[in-house]
Design a protein around this ligand. Structure first.
Ligand code: XUL
Ligand code: CO
Length: 435
């Protein structure tokens, strides 16, 4: 290993191991509910945090110690590709994700940016062919550069819309070149600051227009890829159009995009929206739109998008339960959109943080599988909704009743009895699955 010297390939050693660079719960070949853990979990490493993060925050400079800086931007970009694939091999992770600007310098013009993308993706393709590692998804960054100050597709400036379209076109071409399984749209600055100067309808129509153009272009070049939208309620914008799963689903219905997109849901975005992660997963799942996840969690006390590595087994268990009930993520995966803390400065921490995330999700998978096998939630829910299995309840859900017949029934029925939910007992039983 050139960049991660002294770190061997991480393998499963089990819970008792003292080796920091070993999996204690993630055993890729172990079969859980008919599939190996590797197939169930489909982990991916995110290029932006891992290769481009510096550890800076609004109050201080970068802190991470990294060894891949070259003499030119392109040399650094190539070193990063080499280091990135080294890391993926150390972690035994089979997928990765990136934004266009993560991998290649933007240069002086759009043309130069695209030439740089071509050169770097040649190298990425070479690495993919050699290692068998695959692209889970790529995306276009339409939020960092000052040109996107008012958004991209939802900008008031049509030249910005056109520039964004060029980036989207390139993303689709790169996806085809690298055989990508999904393409993500996170609407970074697609939202508004104030209604006082905003044409909300035009902005929403334009957002849908760009998505339609993307679907049409992928079809035109014969690239069968799963498109995903990643909801987030705020940050950077005060109001983001893809607020949460439910808002995004309504948008997809309104613009007749419902068959072309699924959702990529992120833990920290869920809590920013005032939801639990499992709420977002369940909402998407109930519409058949659960596509993929960005696995991270929030420091909820802070209240912003801290993108921490997931280390909470309660959350990952409930998330994995939704994923198992969804019959897996199919083309999607578990992408670590997460950054090491500012104080985790060493190269080693990149490996240790991913191990922590992978082990936490592996534990979640195991607990969720056990709950599913033992019908833990099924039996609670069966019992709670038993009144719809017979009598008037069965008649209501068979659509055989109306307001008049139900009034007759209620008038005769006398006092209603509601049973206790015993929620504290349920939570305590759930805890038993986590240890
Ligand atoms: C931002 C975020 C993005 C998307 C991809 O909060 O999650 O990194 O995942 O653009
Ligand atoms: Co994300």
């Amino acid at each position: 290993m050139k960049y991660f010297s002294n770190i061997e390939k991480v393998s499963f050693e089990g819970k008792g191991t003292k080796n920091r660079f070993a999996f204690r719960h993630y055993n890729p070949n172990e079969v859980i509910m008919g599939k190996t853990m590797e197939e169930q979990l489909r982990f991916a490493v995110a290029y932006w945090h891992t290769m481009n993060g510096t550890g800076s925050d609004p109050f201080g400079d970068g802190t991470y110690i990294r060894n891949w800086n070259g003499r030119t931007h392109m040399e650094t970009a190539k070193n990063k590709v080499n280091a990135f694939f080294e890391l993926l091999e150390i972690l035994n992770v089979k997928y990765f994700t990136f934004h266009d600007i993560d991998i290649a310098p933007q240069g002086e013009s759009l043309k130069e940016f695209m030439d740089n993308i071509d050169e770097i993706t040649d190298l990425i393709k070479e690495k993919m062919d050699k290692t068998g590692i695959k692209l889970l998804w790529n995306t276009q960054n339409l939020f960092t550069h000052p040109r996107f100050i008012n958004g991209a597709a939802t900008s008031n400036n049509a030249d910005v819309f056109a520039y964004a379209a060029a980036q989207v076109k390139k993303t689709i071409e790169v996806s085809k070149k690298l055989n990508g399984e999904n393409i993500v749209f996170w609407g970074g600055r697609e939202g508004y600051e104030s209604l006082l100067n905003t044409d909300l309808n035009l902005e929403l129509d334009n957002m849908a227009r760009l998505l339609k153009m993307a679907v049409d272009y992928a079809k035109k070049i014969g690239h069968k890829v799963q498109f995903l939208i990643e909801p987030k309620p705020k940050e950077p914008m005060t109001h983001q159009y893809d607020h949460d799963a439910a808002t995004t689903i309504a948008f997809l219905y309104k613009y007749n995009l419902i068959n072309d997109f699924k959702l990529n849901l992120e833990g920290n975005h869920a809590t920013l929206a005032g939801h639990t992660f499992e709420h977002e997963l369940r909402t998407a799942r109930s519409y058949g739109l659960l596509g993929s996840i960005d696995a991270n969690h929030a420091e909820t006390i802070l209240g912003w998008d801290t993108d921490e590595f997931p280390t909470n087994i309660y959350d990952t268990t409930l998330a994995m339960y939704e994923i198992l009930e969804n019959n897996g993520l199919q083309k999607g995966g578990i992408n670590f959109d997460a950054k090491v803390r500012r104080t985790s400065t060493s190269m080693e921490d990149l490996v240790l943080a991913h191990i922590a995330g992978m082990d936490t999700y592996a534990r979640g998978l195991k607990s969720a599988a056990k709950m599913k096998e033992e019908k833990f939630f099924d039996s609670i829910i069966q019992e709670r909704y038993a009144s719809y299995k017979e009598g008037i309840g069965a008649s209501i859900v068979s659509d055989n009743e109306n307001l008049e017949t139900l009034t007759d029934y209620a008038m005769k029925n006398g006092e209603i009895e509601n049973k206790s939910n015993h929620l504290e007992y349920i939570k305590s039983m759930l805890n038993d699955y986590l240890v």
